[in-house]
Design a protein around this ligand. Structure first.
Ligand SMILES: NC(=O)C1=CN([C@@H]2O[C@H](COP(=O)(O)OP(=O)(O)OC[C@H]3O[C@@H](n4cnc5c(N)ncnc54)[C@H](O)[C@@H]3O)[C@@H](O)[C@H]2O)C=CC1
Ligand SMILES: CC(=O)C(=O)O
Ligand SMILES: [Mg+2]
Length: 548
């Protein structure tokens, strides 16, 4: 006899929670231990197991296995303690999960579209586990968080992101599809690894790559014309060009460029309110000129213009530094996106710096109010840099946003210390709260550090476009997401509170963001007409919650 399909279907099983009547009805008698448990008991038993594991990587493996076994239980476990679960299924632990993907392989999930099988693309797409899909997250594994090329191991990211689409954005897990484009890897360690499960070959050249991506997009358009296609962790040379090629053709966005920009702007809104300044009056410095950094600066510049600055004034207040130094117009190694932020060398010629100014020169010669990091450069926000900044502005805004934790440009506790608690801080990965002396002058309690991560944005965008039946993701929709998140900043009401909402509230916040994004989609003419009440009702209907 076949094993019971119901018992082993992760989307329908209840495991030990099948009642006696259900066990009899579905032929499960004898297949389960005698006791019938509740979902709540299963959740407590699972958390007990999670805690019992020796390391966070073991906890990640346990939770991923639980997801493959019983999705209702998996999401109930995550929902029971979001702040503890998030770092286990997402940054930082997912980085280790990607690094050791082949070694840890258990069960298939999603689609692996490999270059050697390119003749069978349509067939592979039709083999997807569930035919009706609302959201795809796709990566080619070339720039996973800040840890570089992970080849097929990059699959950990679409899987992780989609579990947050479900947990936070309420997207039905049966309607999500992680995809890994396997176009080889340039990671020598992986190519030498006897257990490597991907296509053991160097990455294909750009011409072949562009054609392969085009074939995949065309096949997705035919097979799943209404799906939201999210591009994730593509290397900078591919990320923006892919977005530009497809953003007006299908329902799509790039999370690292647009999602990161929206969360950063949302957090900056809270920070600016506490600091009592407008963004347009600040000198904003970004360390990192990759797709994430440039995406954030694009939105920062637009915000300055919306605050009344001219385009020239906004550009004059934005400074971007990469591994070589300041972006300047006389450099010949910049893309058009980067060139938009390049300063004329005459802007800095009076500084007496030999070569390109670095971050230290900028904080010395400018009153930098906002310092953002999307550089992967651990510790690049040094004590000297932060102290120099803090000596010039009342409330320095410092966001070390690189992931995972080991790539952060600074540790919040250090920044807090170096600025005597004046800095307004947000990080990309989770950090412990800042401890406060009960008698301290700044606050009378520990302060959580806001995690400025695109996870505040993408689940809400997915919920919005699914509920509103949107056909495009416009820039205005991403701005609406940023504003709605900024409006939910606890710091607006309490200057000692974190800049972004608590994880316990994140699903309610996602509903609010989704409403703003859906309304903007209607206003932009990329979703059918509906008023706010209708959109609210659609969001409620769309939201999936775990349970039996
Ligand atoms: N918090 C969040 O939600 C997000 C964080 N990120 C993080 O942003 C980081 C960068 O992502 P991408 O832009 O795609 O990467 P990328 O590798 O394309 O860009 C990195 C940039 O930083 C510069 N850089 C590298 N080392 C440097 C150094 N020592 N000093 C100054 N500049 C340096 C490089 O020249 C390059 O311009 C990653 O760590 C990623 O995890 C990305 C998306 C979202
Ligand atoms: C958070 C994210 O998308 C990244 O670090 O790439
Ligand atoms: Mg990413």
């Amino acid at each position: 006899m076949e094993p019971s399909p119901l018992l082993n279907d992760p989307l329908r099983t209840k495991g030990t929670a099948f009642t006696e009547a259900q066990r009899r009805e579905h032929g499960l008698l004898g297949l389960l231990p005698h006791s019938v448990t509740t979902l709540d008991e299963q959740v407590r038993r699972s958390w007990n197991e999670v805690r019992r594991q020796a390391t966070d990587l073991d906890r990640y493996v346990y939770l991923r296995s639980l997801q493959d076994r019983n999705e209702n239980l998996f999401y109930s476990v995550l929902a029971a303690d979001v702040p503890t679960a998030l770092p286990l299924v997402y940054t930082p632990t997912v980085a280790e999960g990607c690094r050791r993907f082949s070694e840890l392989w258990r069960r298939p999930r999603g689609l692996y579209l490999s270059w050697p099988d390119r003749e069978h693309l349509r067939e592979m797409l039709r083999n997807r586990p569930h035919s009706d899909v609302d959201v795809i997250v796709v990566t080619d594994g070339q720039r996973i968080l800040g840890i570089g090329d992970q080849g097929v191991g990059g699959m950990g990211i679409p899987v992780g992101k989609l579990s947050l689409y479900t947990l936070i954005g309420g997207i039905d897990p049966a309607r999500t599809l992680p995809i890994l484009l396997d176009v080889g890897t340039d990671n020598a360690d992986l190519l030498d690894d006897e257990f490597y499960l991907g296509w053991r070959h160097r990455r294909i050249d750009d011409e072949a790559y562009v054609a392969f991506v085009e074939d995949i997009v065309a096949a997705v358009e035919d097979e799943m014309p209404d799906v939201l296609l999210q591009w994730e962790d593509f290397a900078t040379p591919h990320a923006a060009p892919i977005l530009e090629r497809y953003r007006d053709r299908l329902l799509t966005f790039n999370d690292d460029i647009q999602g990161t920009a929206a969360v950063a702007l949302g957090a900056l809104q809270g920070a600016a309110a506490v600091a009592g300044t407008r963004l347009r009056d600040q000198q904003v410095v970004m360390l990192g000129a990759g797709s994430a950094g440039i995406g954030v600066m694009d939105m920062v510049r637009q915000e300055m213009i919306d605050e009344g600055a001219s385009d020239d004034e906004a550009r004059a207040h934005c400074w971007v530094v990469d591994v070589r130094g300041l972006l300047t117009t006389d450099r010949d190694d910049l893309s058009d996106d980067q060139r938009a932020f390049a300063h004329d060398p005459s802007d800095v010629s009076g500084w007496g710096v030999d070569g390109l100014p670095g971050l230290g020169d900028l904080v010395e010669h400018l009153d930098v109010g906002v310092l953002l990091g999307l550089s992967t450069a651990q510790g690049a926000f040094t004590e000297e840099i932060i102290r120099t900044m803090a000596a010039k502005v009342d409330r320095p805004i410092v966001f070390p946003l690189s992931n995972p934790t080991s790539n952060a440009e600074a540790r919040p506790a250090d920044v807090d210390d170096w600025t005597d608690g004046k800095a307004l801080i947000a990080t990309g990965s989770p950090f412990p709260p800042l401890s406060r002396d009960q008698k301290g002058e700044h606050a009378d309690r520990d302060i959580p550090v806001a995690q400025c991560n695109n996870v505040y944005i993408f689940p809400a965008v997915g919920l919005a476009v699914t509920a509103a039946r949107a056909t495009r993701v416009t820039d205005a929709m991403m701005r609406a997401a940023a504003r709605a998140l900024g409006d939910a900043s606890p710091a607006l009401a309490d200057s000692h509170a974190p800049l972004l909402p608590a994880w316990a509230d994140v699903r309610d916040v996602a509903d609010g963001i989704a409403l703003a994004v859906a309304a903007q989609a209607v206003a932009d003419g990329v979703a059918p007409k509906a008023d706010d009440d209708e959109l609210r009702a659609a969001i409620r209907r769309t939201r999936w919650s775990p349970g039996y």
